[in-house]
Structure formats: structure tokens, C-alpha cells
Design a protein around this ligand. Structure first.
Ligand SMILES: Cc1cc2nc3c(=O)[nH]c(=O)nc-3n(C[C@H](O)[C@H](O)[C@H](O)COP(=O)(O)O)c2cc1C
Ligand code: SF4
Ligand code: FES
Length: 638
């Protein structure tokens, strides 16, 4: 039972969300958790009653999302990334060291309730590995041996020959004044909405979230769909392991995103937009909130903008730790206050999206292209890139690259050229493999270095562009260990709605862990293929359909890896990006007292909380099973 005073305090915190009903559930849970540290039974019951949501449903939601706690947790929650890029830089060692220092095991809370230490999947900070999240702050470049790290706003490491999408990135958050008062939006307002859609179509803009769907076609669908109100949703969930480009765009240039959403809203006739921000990016939330406030006070959000009669405003929703919520329909469910279960499609979001209304959902990077296209015109935009892949692309280069970071390049440069920009393989070592497209992606080798980075060339090479992940592994790396981590990731993130994925990801994980431990059973490679093809064919959404893509590509490239005995795969290094890259850049580090002592002293950072088609084109059938001509593409969005 809550005491009267506690009840009143809770009511005050969740009051702003009560009028939203069920859609206010996630923000209300965040507000309550911020107040009490965790979500006890009486608190949950009070929220259920206030929002008029069945109690069992509220429990279901809390259990679904990893960032909600139904048991007491430490005042500080230290989530150490042990995903691929961090594992390469000693992420496991960081976790072990911290657990030892605080006398806890991973997932446990210290006896005095001061700290909970846990491992976490990719935090979207891979280029600064190894990393952790300490309550709301990013801790990057952790170096246990030297007791050093960087804490606070993560750096934006941006490179490449083009600075179109990243023009305002790399030097802190760009203010409205620095960005300029939305000249592209003002230009769009002087056009007819149909003309804006036509311009986006003419530019050939293709979605950058992974499904590679033509943006203009999507917008035209929503614009002509019956039903009001309509919505624009920005997918800022960025949870694909190895992806961090949207983080850089959001934190450094929030006004380009707002401007892109405004133009989308005007084009399709929507008055409301949502930014669904990844829960593990809490430090971006205040940046977005203050950019929205700046835009409102400049009359760039609100009613009858620029005297046009067009009204538009944007609300931020914070995700709560579920990779599946990047899938567009799962994301809608999450905004609606439910567990993030993907919907069966069709109907597609353009006709039946958020709250069952016509919706355009776009990735952050996609929306960044919109002001550029309107400002320059489609013809000028198409001068960059290739005929079928116009524009520039952001690649997230991480792992054993000499200089990990976000690289903006024109579509059409080769993988070799991209790796050269990133100083090749660190320490001049031979290249073993590149994981392309993220956990849901596929492996490339030095044989692929001359493949052009375009939608069409990558498709022909059987490599997914996905969200632009290029994770580099040198010749020392144990791919079996990396594959086991991928297996654990998908088994953990499968939402469980359909059996092929629910069971398949578990079986895949078990087999990959056996192989990584050097104890494969007879028939394990065949078992992996069987499970993988079944998931690819029969899963409901893109998660299951791509959960085996990397494993199947590895079986095809390195069959010996899956047999008994440890025979590290050696790539000849032929054609490697650079023979002798310059020495690795020394990160700017603040040297601090020992990590364990420092952590013991940290104060509690309190969270301030406010308030999907989609499958990836990545999932092509591996050629091992069928000839490439027969490869079936996974169902696309619209
Ligand atoms: C499991 C899964 C996770 C996804 N995660 C993201 C994500 O984090 N960000 C994103 O933009 N798209 C993600 N997508 C793709 C979205 O469903 C959708 O296609 C995209 O947001 C559409 O935007 P675009 O047309 O601008 O690419 C994901 C898809 C799946 C199946
Ligand atoms: S494929 Fe996996 S993530 Fe997608 S609905 Fe099925 S169980 Fe859920
Ligand atoms: S932040 Fe650790 S792997 Fe991405």
C-alpha cells in the first residue's frame, strides 16, 4: 500500500500522462520509476488505475522492456556493453573488473543497494568502445589498465569527403540560429503538398532505416490514404548492433530532423509528429527537448505556421530497451502503450499506422535528406551518388578499423575506399572479415573490397546495406566467439510472438555457443542451416527473417569454422585496404582515479523523461541453399 503522501507524489508525476490514456503508459512508468527507483506492486496498481489500463497489461509491458524494473535496483545502474565492437576492445574484462570491485555478479545489485552492474547489448557507441551507460551518462573509451575513460556527452567522430547530412556535426549541438530558420521548410510551404512529394520521388530518395523503401512512394501512399488524423513518426530507435550514425545526427543537429519532419507533415497532411528515441540514448532527450522548444518559440512549430494555416507539432517518446521496437509496427504498439509486438502486414503503415491512422515512418538519416532535397532541388541532389542510389550515405565504421567513426560518402565508392578513409585495418594487420549491415547483416572478406557501396551493387554481391554498419575484424579475431554473441543477441531480442523465431533463435544460440566452446555436435552446421532457413522463411517480421543471415553467410565463407577443433580462419589479406595505416589515434582521455573508486563516488543522475514494413532488405537467402537468381527477398514494407 502506498501512503497518502506517496500516492499524491506519484499522482503529481504521472499527471501529464493521464489524459493520454494507454498511450501515456510508458512515459508514466518512466516518471514513476524516476521517483521510486523501481516499479513496486502498489505503484503499478496506482498507474493502472489512473490510466485505466488493466493491471495485467501493465505488468506485461513492464516485463517486456528491459529498462523497466519490477524489483529494486541499485541507485546507480551500470550497463556495460559486451556486444561485438566492445568485445573486441575488452568489454568482457571491463564487466568482470567492475563486478569484482563491487563484489557482485553481472545482473546483481550490491549489498548496500548502491549499484547494479549488468551487461547490455550494443549501446550505439561502438566507435568509442568499450563503453557503458551509467544511469543517463555515456562512459566511453574505458581503459581498465590505465583507469581512464570519458564520461558525459559522447564525442561525434565524423569523417568522409562529403559534409551534406553531417554539415552541422562534429562540433556540439547546432542551435536554431546556427542551423538557420528552416529555409527548406519555408520553400516547401510555398509549394503544393503534391509538388513536395513529387520532388522527393524525383530525387530517388530511398529509406536509410534498413528496408530501402522509396520515400516518395511511401509519402504518396500516406498523402492519398483515407482517414484523419495522419502522423509522421521518426524512427530514432537505432538499436542495430554496430549502428551509431543517428545518434550523431540527433545530438549535433536536431533542427535538421525537425525540419525534415515538418516538410513530411506538410506533404502528407499530418499535424502531429512523434520522435521515438532509443531508451539507451537518454542524454539525447534534453537536446531534442530544447530544440523543439527553440522551434516553438520561433513560430516554426505550432499552429498556422508562417501564416499558412498548416499546424504541426512534435512529441518525443522514449523507448525502453527493446530492439524489436525499431520495427515500425512494433514501434507504433510501443507508442500506443503496449508491448512491442510487430503487427501482421498488410495493412501497411501508410493506411493503418500509429493509432490505426495513415502514417509515414522514416529513419533519422532519411529525414535529414529531405531539407537538402527541397533546398537544392531533385536534379541537383541526384548529381551525387549513382543513378539508382542517389545522394550520400552515412557508414558506421567500427571494430578493428584504424579510425572508427561515422563516414559520409557518396554512394558508389568501394568498400576499399571507405576503409582507406578510416585508415584501413588498425596496426596494419590483415583483414579477416567485415560484418556488413549489423547483426542482421552478412560477412564480407577481402574478396569484396572492390564492391561498390550502392543498393544495387551490394544486392548483387549478396551483402545487405542495412543501416550502414561496416564492422572490421582483423586476422586475430575468433569469429566463433563473435557468432555466439550474435546468437545470444537474437535469442534475447526475439519478442516471442511467432514460433520460428522464438524457438529458432534459442536453438541457434545453443549451437553457436557449443561451437564457440569448441564442442560442436555432429550435424551442428546442418542444424544451423536448417534453423536459419526456417527462420528466414517462416518468421513474421524482419527480426526473425534476418536473425540467421550472418551465421549462414559465415557457414558459406568458412565451413571449417563450424567443425570440431579450433582452426582460426585466415584471410590472405590480399587486397587489404591499407598495408600500413598510421598509428591509431589516441583518444582524448581524462585520467581519473581508479574506476571502482570513481564509481563509488558518483552521484545519482536522475532521469528526466518526457513524456514501422518493415523488414530489412538485408535478408536474402544465402547462396549456399539456392542459386543467387533464386534468392528470395524478404517481404518489404509498402
Ligand atoms: C527488428 C527490426 C529493427 C529495426 N530497427 C530500426 C531502427 O532502429 N531504425 C530504423 O530507422 N529502422 C529500423 N527498422 C526498419 C523499420 O521497420 C522501418 O523500415 C524504417 O523505420 C522505415 O524508415 P525508412 O523508410 O526511412 O528507412 C527495423 C526493422 C526491424 C525488422
Ligand atoms: S520474427 Fe521474432 S521478433 Fe518478429 S514477431 Fe516473430 S518472434 Fe517476434
Ligand atoms: S556500443 Fe558496444 S558494440 Fe556497440
Amino acid at each position: 500500500m502506498l501512503a497518502d503522501q506517496e500516492r499524491a507524489g506519484l499522482r503529481r508525476e504521472i499527471e501529464p500522462f493521464v489524459a493520454l490514456g494507454r498511450s501515456g503508459l510508458l512515459p508514466a512508468l518512466y516518471a514513476a520509476q524516476q521517483l521510486h527507483g523501481w516499479l513496486s506492486e502498489p505503484v503499478v496498481a496506482a498507474i493502472a488505475a489512473a490510466l485505466r489500463v488493466p493491471l495485467a497489461d501493465v505488468h506485461g509491458v513492464i516485463e517486456f522492456y528491459t529498462l523497466f524494473h519490477n524489483k529494486p535496483v541499485g541507485k546507480r545502474i551500470l550497463s556495460v556493453c559486451t556486444d561485438l565492437a566492445c568485445a573486441l576492445r575488452g568489454g568482457d574484462g571491463v564487466l568482470e573488473h567492475l563486478c569484482r570491485a563491487h563484489h557482485v555478479r553481472p545482473g546483481q545489485t550490491s549489498a548496500d543497494g548502491g549499484i547494479t552492474i549488468q551487461s547490455t547489448p550494443c549501446l550505439g557507441l561502438c566507435e568509442q568502445a568499450p563503453v557503458a551507460l551509467v544511469n543517463d551518462q555515456a562512459e566511453t573509451h574505458i581503459d581498465v589498465a590505465n583507469d581512464s575513460y570519458e564520461l558525459g556527452r559522447p564525442r561525434s567522430i565524423v569523417g568522409g569527403p562529403l559534409r551534406l547530412l553531417t554539415a552541422n556535426c562534429g562540433h556540439g549541438t547546432t542551435s536554431l540560429q546556427g542551423h538557420g530558420e528552416y529555409s527548406a521548410f519555408k520553400k516547401a510551404l510555398a509549394m503544393k503538398p503534391e509538388a513536395v512529394v513529387a520532388e522527393i520521388k524525383a530525387a530517388g530518395l530511398v529509406g536509410r532505416g534498413g528496408a530501402a523503401f522509396p520515400t516518395g512512394v511511401k509519402w504518396a501512399g500516406a498523402a492519398s490514404a483515407d482517414g484523419l488524423p495522419k502522423y509522421v513518426v521518426c524512427n530514432a530507435d537505432e538499436s542495430e548492433p554496430g549502428t551509431f550514425k543517428d545518434r550523431v545526427l540527433l545530438i549535433d543537429d536536431p533542427h535538421s530532423l525537425i525540419e525534415g519532419m515538418l516538410i513530411a507533415g506538410y506533404a502528407i497532411g499530418a499535424e502531429r509528429g512523434y520522435i521515438y528515441l532509443r531508451g539507451e540514448y537518454p542524454y539525447i532527450l534534453p537536446v531534442l527537448e530544447s530544440a523543439l522548444a527553440e522551434a516553438r518559440s520561433a513560430g516554426l512549430l505550432g499552429t498556422s505556421l508562417q501564416g499558412s494555416g498548416f499546424c504541426f507539432d512534435i512529441e518525443i517518446r522514449l523507448g525502453a530497451g527493446a530492439y524489436i521496437c525499431g520495427e515500425e509496427t512494433a514501434l507504433f504498439e510501443s507508442i500506443e502503450g503496449k508491448r512491442g509486438f510487430p503487427r501482421v502486414k498488410p495493412p501497411f503503415p501508410t493506411t493503418y499506422g500509429l493509432f490505426g491512422k495513415p502514417t509515414v515512418i522514416n529513419n533519422v538519416e532519411t529525414l535529414f535528406n529531405v531539407p537538402l532535397i527541397i533546398q537544392r532541388g531533385a536534379a541537383e541532389y541526384r548529381r551525387i551518388g549513382t543513378e539508382k542510389s542517389p545522394g550520400s550515405k552515412l557508414f558506421c565504421v567500427s571494430g578493428d578499423a584504424g579510425r572508427p567513426g561515422v563516414y559520409e560518402v557518396p554512394f558508389g565508392i568501394t568498400l576499399r575506399e571507405l576503409l582507406d578513409l578510416a585508415d584501413g585495418v588498425a596496426e596494419g594487420r590483415p583483414l579477416k572479415a567485415v560484418l556488413f549491415g549489423g547483426a542482421a547483416g552478412a560477412f564480407a572478406t577481402s574478396a569484396h573490397l572492390d564492391v561498390k557501396l550502392t543498393f544495387e551493387d551490394l544486392r548483387a554481391a549478396g551483402l545487405p546495406l542495412g543501416s550502414g554498419v561496416v564492422m572490421v575484424f582483423d586476422d586475430r579475431r575468433d569469429l566463433r566467439d563473435l557468432l555466439a554473441r550474435l546468437g545470444r543477441f537474437f535469442a534475447h531480442e526475439s519478442c516471442g510472438k511467432c514460433y520460428p523465431c522464438q524457438l529458432g533463435t534459442q536453438r541457434q544460440k545453443e549451437v553457436l555457443e557449443r561451437i564457440a566452446a569448441g564442442n560442436p555436435l555432429r550435424g551442428d552446421p546442418e542444424r544451423l542451416q536448417d534453423v536459419g532457413w526456417t527462420m528466414t522463411d517462416a518468421s513474421l517480421c524482419g527480426l526473425g527473417q534476418t536473425a540467421a543471415t550472418a551465421v549462414l553467410s559465415a557457414i558459406q565463407l568458412w565451413p571449417d569454422l563450424f567443425r570440431p577443433g579450433r582452426s582460426p580462419v585466415q584471410d590472405s589479406g590480399r587486397g587489404r585496404a591499407k598495408a600500413s595505416p598510421p598509428p591509431r589515434r589516441q583518444p582524448r582521455k581524462k585520467t581519473k582515479p581508479g574506476i571502482s573508486r570513481r564509481l563509488a563516488k558518483k552521484t545519482i543522475a536522475r532521469r528526466s523523461r518526457a513524456g514501422a514494413s518493415a523488414t530489412r532488405s538485408a535478408a536474402r537467402k544465402p547462396a549456399a541453399r539456392r542459386p543467387r537468381a533464386d534468392q528470395k527477398k524478404v517481404r518489404r514494407s509498402q
